[in-house]
Design a protein around this ligand. Structure first.
Ligand SMILES: Nc1ncnc2c1ncn2[C@@H]1O[C@H](COP(=O)(O)OP(=O)(O)OP(=O)(O)O)[C@@H](O)[C@H]1O
Ligand SMILES: [Mg+2]
Length: 270
């Protein structure tokens, strides 16, 4: 089994309460405590509405937390503002479920991939072509794709472009929110293999949000199970789940007693 390194991110009692109007409040994150280590793949599973995407959006600062702390290398991200916040955001990137809606159809692939670098003023316009080609190679796509538009590509290819863009700032964490869910099984497998390869090369850590419990169990080092905004339990292997809610969630996927034969990534991809 692969090892992973020091703690890079820690959520402490993170809360998010939405004001739904008319005096109604909804707690989408309820005192969440999660830590993530260098090179770790941490799965987040749970029923629809359990708060998985809310956590992802808090981490990428699309939502601000109502309470709690998010420590990145020991520094509280929640209090960052202005230039510090802009800098802090570089380290955590995201890949969404449906990249077709995330891309501007009028942009060429090279502009899409290098957009984060351009936004941060980290690349010369003249170097965009070369950098895009380098990133395309990293995600196993042909260099010629640099001049294409995202619409005339397959879902799997578009997701590779999204991964290339997420990687271009050399983040320490990539959040994959159902990033492979829209792909068919064989394409999903190749994208998972790519994520695995990129992690071996860069030691990036993943938050892997996923409806597919069997896939999460196979790909992730550890898994957090969520319900109603709370962490129910954190385990290494879903088949070891003890909490009644987790076991109910799993019963639809695994025969728990028979579930000892988890396929580790090394065996799967080796
Ligand atoms: N901007 C918002 N305003 C109000 N409520 C919201 C908002 N975003 C999410 N919620 C609510 O917060 C709860 C958690 O939503 P979230 O999207 O985090 O769930 P999820 O676990 O990602 O679900 P799914 O598996 O369906 O993607 C849900 O009840 C949702 O309706
Ligand atoms: Mg979601």
């Amino acid at each position: 089994m692969k090892g992973y390194g020091e703690e890079i991110l820690r959520m402490e009692d993170v809360c998010k309460v939405f004001d739904l109007g008319g005096g109604k409040m909804l707690t989408a994150a309820d005192h969440v405590n999660i830590s993530l280590h260098k090179g770790e793949t941490l799965g987040i599973v749970g029923e629809s509405g359990s708060g998985k995407s809310t956590l992802a959006k808090i981490l990428t600062r699309l939502y601000s937390a109502t309470g709690g702390r998010i420590l990145f290398h020991g520094e509280d991200m929640v209090s960052l503002k202005g230039e510090e916040l802009r800098e802090g955001r570089k380290h955590i990137q995201m890949v969404f479920q449906d990249p077709s809606t995330a891309f501007d159809p009028k942009q060429r692939v090279k502009e899409i991939i290098c957009e984060p670098l351009l936004n941060y003023g980290l690349i010369d316009k003249d170097d965009v072509e070369d950098k895009a080609k380098e990133m395309l190679r990293a995600v196993d796509l042909p260099e010629e794709f640099a001049d294409r538009y995202p619409n005339n590509m397959s879902g799997g290819q578009r997701q590779r472009i999204a991964i290339a863009r997420a990687l271009v700032l050399k983040p320490e964490i990539i959040i994959c929110d159902e990033a492979t869910s829209a792909l068919d099984m064989s394409v999903q497998k190749t994208v998972i293999e790519l994520l695995h390869k990129l992690q071996a090369e860069t030691r990036v850590a993943y938050f892997f949000i996923c409806h597919d419990l069997a896939l999460a169990n196979m790909f992730c080092d550890n898994i957090v199970i969520m319900q109603h905004g709370k962490v129910v339990e954190k385990i290494h292997d879903l088949t070891e789940a003890k909490d009644p809610y987790s076991r109910k969630l799993l019963a639809s996927v695994f025969t728990i007693e028979e579930g000892k034969n988890k396929v580790l990534p090394d065996e799967l991809f080796g």
